[in-house]
Every structure is written in structure tokens, then in C-alpha cells.
Design a binder for this molecule. Structure first.
Ligand code: ZN
Length: 156
């Protein structure tokens, strides 16, 4: 899933719950659950070893677009400061699992290896398979989940 979809889902969790620990836990669980759905990925890899090439700007764009959508949607709903803090908390912990994976790609820290294997295992289709290509067909789940999340953020 792209970071926009993850961040928006975390924002919905944060908006609807008051307990920070629960927001963090659910945001993480939802991230892993959503990763089991079919989705395309824009991070290009050289090989199955997942060395990434110039994907930094795409990640930056994905992340800022997510933050901007949350910011504007929250503005439209006139949410109070406490709810906003919970929304950002949920959004942060919803994208964290992919950030940890990126750390593993970059630094190959051994203590992250088990986590990395788990995160990859959740993905039903292997890397470099057609089902993980960056295409409109493969973005279907990202699109509907993001739309539902935006609607839920706007609803009172
Ligand atoms: Zn993930």
C-alpha cells in the first residue's frame, strides 16, 4: 500500500479513539492487515534483494500528499487540538512499518531481519510479480480504501 492510504487509515483510527496506546496498536495492526491486500508499489528494485534506486522523491511525495490530505480534511471538519494530535499519532504509526522496512533496505541491520521477513511475508504476491507492479489495476485497493478513509474523516 502507498503511504497515503496507510496515513489516512491511521488518521481515521486516531480520530475515533481517545486512548493513545490503542491508537498505536490498531494503527500497526491495520498497516499489516492492509498489506495483505493486492497492491502495486512504486519503489523500484534492482533485483529480489530489494536494493532501491532513486525512489526517495516518490516517498517524499507520497508522504507529503498524505499529510496535506489529512491537514485539509481535518480543517474542513473543524477538529479540536486533542483529536488532531490523535490523528497525527495514528498517521505516524500507520506509516512506521514501511519506514522500518526502508531502514532495513538501507542499512541491513541484522536485528531488523526478522521484522523484515514478517513484513514481506504479509504480502501475498512476491516482489517483481505482475500483481505488485505500479498500475491502475493494482491501485484499486489503495483508491477505495483512501476514499473511504477520507469520507470517515469528514463525517461527524
Ligand atoms: Zn507495509
Amino acid at each position: 500500500m502507498i503511504l497515503i492510504t496507510h496515513a489516512l487509515t491511521g488518521a481515521v483510527i486516531g480520530k475515533n479513539l481517545n486512548n493513545p496506546a490503542l491508537i498505536i496498536l490498531l494503527s500497526l495492526i491495520f498497516h499489516f492487515l492492509m498489506d495483505t491486500f493486492r497492491h502495486g508499489e512504486y519503489v523500484e528494485v534492482f533485483s529480489k534483494n530489494t536494493s532501491i534506486k532513486n525512489s526517495g522523491w516518490k516517498v517524499g511525495l507520497d508522504l507529503s500528499a498524505g499529510a496535506l490530505i489529512i491537514f485539509f480534511v481535518a480543517r474542513l471538519s473543524y477538529l479540536d487540538e486533542k483529536t488532531m494530535a490523535n490523528i497525527w499519532l495514528g498517521a505516524f504509526f500507520s506509516v512506521l512499518p514501511d519506514f522500518i522496512t526502508a531502514l532495513y533496505w538501507k542499512f541491513r541491520w541484522r536485528f531488523l531481519q526478522k521484522y523484515y521477513t514478517f513484513h514481506s511475508w504479509l504480502h501475498k504476491y512476491p516482489r517483481l510479480s505482475p500483481e505488485r507492479e505500479w498500475s491502475l489495476r493494482n491501485s484499486f485497493n489503495d483508491i477505495w480504501m483512501s476514499i473511504v478513509a477520507i469520507i470517515l474523516l469528514l463525517l461527524h
